[in-house]
Write a protein that binds this ligand. Sequence first.
Ligand SMILES: [Zn+2]
Length: 194
Amino acid sequence: MESEIEMPCPICASQGHLKMISHVDEIPYFGEHTQVTLMCEKCGWRQTDFIPAEGRKPGAWSILIQGEEVLRARVVRSSSCTIRIQELDLEVSPGAGSSGYVSNVEGVLNRFLEIVNMVKRDLDDGTDDEMLRCVELEGTLEKLIEGRHGGVTLELLDPRGHSQILHPEAMDRELSEAEILALPLGPDPPVLEQ
Ligand SMILES: [Zn+2]
């Protein structure tokens, strides 16, 4: 279903170029959900999100990254999801431009690697300590992606409960009230009522 949205683009602010495409989809073990993509035809901005058909509680999912098999575990990350690897002190919080995606554990690690590389490139006048940490992180992430490093936990924290790790070894728990208050919600979800 495609519809125009009477709203300026949140990135380029142009009027009349925002479109919303939504369709109902089924992901095994995640279940039926509506995939919503907002896009601006002027500047190319896109934002995707996943709204499960059944109401979900705010929740956290985690999985121990160990061995190659876990790397292929599917990950549904909504725009309100914070991704964390505590052992490596890595965290990606949803900002205003946050977009959802379906990937796997390996794909999430690759995204972390891209961020570390970006930070490293911007470190021209950074201290040696910062550079050292980036190089270390890069090495650790590369080993994890190759299945040669184990023992870190990937965590998805989603106050809207729209995210999930789809794997028999993945564990879920409810978020505490303090956690819910501390977690960013990301962008407002697009209006679904049509
Ligand atoms: Zn735009």
